[in-house]
Design a protein around this ligand. Structure first.
Ligand SMILES: Cc1ncc(COP(=O)(O)O)c(C=O)c1O
Length: 426
């Protein structure tokens, strides 16, 4: 059941605005898509939980046999709390990070999760901490790119991974420290074009196939995440058959190069969750600026959600479809509207491009009291929300197939915001 224009006003009445609403059925459909493209024996899927770490989502992933790619000690602990086991036989939870921060090393040691290191010094960090076990190495293969430049994950300007030409040196260091290399990994981003993703993943598998014969302990190769989601066109489909064939071919290539079974892994985030959650806000006011020597005037729809809720438009100029649910149910003429939030930041605008320029959107003339829905906000949405301006995070609701709605996290209160404040001598 998808959230309808009848349901949303009723929910807004009950829980206030803004709020997030997940569509459980659509999430299961997206999980099924990933299960399909990884249905070749020897091909496995993880979920990059950074994109949406809600326990309810993690439980769905666990029930579907999807592994986890975590980024911090606390993400690992959230996965374990949702039912995932630690350990490396097999490594259902893997910790991919360039920096071990806070409890990350302790969590690796205590739960024996597979560390996927992205910086050379982490071998010493693990050795000093007394770690015993296998490691995964995340390489920067020197190519690939993200959906925007800021998300570039492969190439000289990317901070992620260990530069591929340093691999031999790192492999020697790992050997000297007594860490067998269990996995080779790279995440090269989705890129703006699907064909480019396919080309890049093929090239990655070919380059890894050259390294595989030198690695007797190797169990798996991960091609990372990056399966795209079309934020502009809800009817657009990713060619799943092509991906299934691609992963089957990459798996066969790696097994042939190794002369034995090598598991092929992928770890998408956004594809599973992007369309499965919307952010619902209330229009609080309409105001206008006028043309002058600095530029053209615009009409603003002021809403009660801001970049503390959904930061992607402000951070990357990301596009999210917007619909208006008029309070009176009337049909309204379209007009160009800039949608802006409550924060004390000029960039608190949902309709702008990656050059930080306003991009008024053709919307049915909004009025105060209408609901305004920001669609496809499930990936890097709530997960990236913050407490700037001390507003507190909005509640997350979960819509089940049978129409029942559950609140899975409540609206944060002032007490939540003050919880970590203290006065302790150091
Ligand atoms: C190592 C790694 N794996 C997986 C992902 C997930 O990418 P996406 O959500 O685009 O599939 C990311 C995203 O930043 C990543 O850095």
């Amino acid at each position: 059941m998808t959230p309808t224009t009848d349901l949303l006003p009723a929910l807004a009445q009950k829980v206030g605005t803004p709020f997030w609403i997940y569509d459980a059925e659509l999430l299961r459909k997206r999980i099924a898509d990933i299960q399909y493209i990884t249905s070749t024996p020897g091909v496995h899927a993880r979920f990059a939980m950074k994109s949406c770490p809600a326990t309810k989502v993690l439980k769905e992933m666990h029930a579907a046999g999807i592994g986890i790619d975590a980024v911090s000690g606390n993400e690992v602990l959230r996965a374990l709390a949702a039912g995932y086991p630690g350990g490396q036989e097999p490594a259902q939870v893997c910790l991919t990070c360039d920096v071990f921060r806070d409890n990350a090393l302790d969590v690796v040691l205590k739960h024996n999760v597979l560390p996927n290191i992205g910086s050379p010094g982490q071998i010493q960090d693990l050795a000093k901490a007394g770690y015993k076990g296998g490691i995964s190495i995340r390489l920067n293969p020197g190519f690939g790119h993200g959906h925007v430049n800021a998300c570039d994950t492969g190439g000289p300007s990317s901070k992620h991974g260990i530069w591929f030409e340093d691999f031999t040196k790192i492999a020697e260091q790992a050997k000297a420290a007594g860490f067998p290399i269990y996995m080779l990994h790279a995440h090269i981003g989705s890129g703006p074009q699907f064909d480019e993703l396919v080309e890049n993943l093929t090239r990655l598998a070919e380059e890894y196939a050259e390294l595989v014969p030198q690695l007797p302990d190797l169990r798996a190769v991960s091609l990372g995440g990056g399966i795209p989601h079309n934020y502009r066109d809800p009817s657009a489909k990713v060619p799943l058959d092509r991906l299934k064939d691609l992963f089957a071919n990459c798996h066969a290539l790696l097994c042939k190069a190794a002369g034995r079974e090598i598991r092929l892994e992928i770890e998408p985030g956004r594809y599973y969750v992007a369309p499965t959650c919307d952010l619902v806000a209330r229009v609080t006011d309409i105001k206008e600026t006028q043309n002058n020597e600095k530029g053209s005037g615009v009409k603003f729809a002021m809403v009660d959600a801001g970049f503390v809720d959904l930061v992607r438009p402000a951070m990357y100029g990301s596009f999210h479809r917007i619909t208006v649910i008029p309070q009176d149910g009337a049909d309204r003429p379209l007009e160009p509207i800039v949608v802006a939030g409550p924060l004390c930041e000029s960039g608190d605008v949902f309709t702008r491009d990656d050059q930080e320029l306003l991009q008024p959107r053709q919307l049915p003339s909004p009025q105060a009291g209408d609901l305004l829905v920001l669609h496809d906000a499930g990936a890097y949405g709530y997960a990236m929300s913050s407490n700037y301006n001390s507003i507190g995070k909005a509640p997350q609701l979960w819509l089940e197939k049978d129409g029942t709605v559950e609140m899975i996290s409540r609206r944060e209160t002032l007490e939540d915001l003050l919880k970590a404040e203290c006065s302790e001598a150091v």
